[in-house]
Design a protein around this ligand. Sequence first.
Ligand code: COA
Length: 297
Amino acid sequence: MESPFNADLLKGKVALLTGGGSGIGFEISTQFGKHGASIAIMGRRKQVLDTAVSALHSLGIPAVGFEGDVRKQEDAKRVVDSTFKHFGRLDILVNAAAGNFLVSAEDLSPNGFRTVMDIDSVGTFTMCHEALKYLKKGGPGRSSSGGGTILNISATLHYTASWYQIHVSAAKAAVDATTRNLALEWGTDYDIRVNGIAPGPIGDTPGMSKLAPEEINSKARDYMPLYKLGEKWDIAMAALYLASDAGKYVNGTTIPVDGGLWLTKPRHLPKEAVRQLSRAVESRSREKPVALPTSKL
Ligand code: COA
């Protein structure tokens, strides 16, 4: 689909994306690049990075890949510094790296819980921590008035509760808290906007194939009235809005981009039945006003 934004929306900007070589992260890399940004991708797998960078180059997008694991602070520092060395500035940090698997709470080991917290929550904070010096107003390559921006990819799992996702729900709740707290502190002190996106189920992503194989997916459509898959493009458009000047007054919020799915509840009565029932109850109460016993007056 064509983007509704101008092609120079992010002209001259440099974006670093963790997990930017595959899935939602790669679509954001591509759309940011198509809108004028230079792209640095951080990931653990060299082959994924190489493929992603070649794909971006073939679109004429300046791009570079850096191997690294967000769980290692030395990797985070090296990649952030290398991005600055390569492009001469850093404007946008997107934390899209995540770990996930389906497991019941009773089958999950504390180390399994910790692993996802380490990738999603601590990893997000570590990247923000290392990127701060380049993102803050007056930092290297920046003017004294304009700070950069951070975008954290979250989820809607923890808005209520989610089966077999206790570790990710806890991790993304921490990510959302980090988004708000950094927005408060770094927005005030350094002019850095910090926001998040909470994608619903997005087709053709590693997350979907891990968490909702097709057999689960087709059943879900039956019992969730709003159930439909989103596209990676939907998330990338929200990312463009938040990371560009279009979102310049938005700070500290996480936008659910899920078609309203997290609000889904089973419909307990058909609409027609509600109309009839509601009118019947109304007219019954008009016909027979409830008389209070005189002893209570
Ligand atoms: N069910 C239950 N526990 C699991 C599990 C599963 N499917 N997969 C991993 N774990 C547990 C392990 O048993 C281990 O705990 P233990 O030491 O108590 O046994 C712990 O998690 C760490 O596993 P390990 O395989 O050593 O971690 P890793 O660092 O190699 O991989 C993962 C991290 C597990 C998150 C891996 O799935 C990953 O790298 N994911 C990245 C990509 C991804 O998930 N993308 C989807 C985004 S939505």
